[in-house]
Write a protein that binds this ligand. Sequence first.
Ligand code: ADP
Length: 159
Amino acid sequence: MRRAIYPGSFDPVTNGHLDVIDRARKLFDEVIVGVAHNDQKQPLFSLEERLELLRTTIGEADHVQVAPLDGLLVDFAVQQNAIAVVRGLRAVSDFEFEFQMALMNRKLEARVETIFLMPKEEYTYLSSRIVKEIARLGGDISAFVPPRVAEAFREKREQ
Ligand code: ADP
């Protein structure tokens, strides 16, 4: 059983994340999407909301699970018997941070390999941060996120 963890904030999940999940599914028997608490980043959607949005979107997709992720990523990976961490690389700007994280994680736990997947070109400019910015300013985000996420933004506005 070759299992991978795809960690992130997913605040909220975008079509770019879904593209990476789809690619990872083809390489591994099981992918666990690990949703970080990430209080430091002050997420717009609570952990519960982010988990729900991912679960609703992914639905019954084979071999994909969604789980909260607390503590050290490599500890979680070992606990889950995962052999790899999957990260998405969009542009050179992602590289420096990702490079540092991958090497640090290897130092902490040499058994877990980090692999990088590139999304479809049309998603390389897409991030949760930019989607939140567009939504905040009243723009149309429906091309960038799954329908349930667009609806969640509408619900937030009405709150
Ligand atoms: P984090 O806070 O860990 O960066 P994100 O939810 O922003 O969490 O991203 C999780 C992972 O998904 C990261 O590896 C990020 O580079 C990747 N990612 C985010 N958006 C995209 C996208 N549009 N295309 C490919 N990978 C992406």
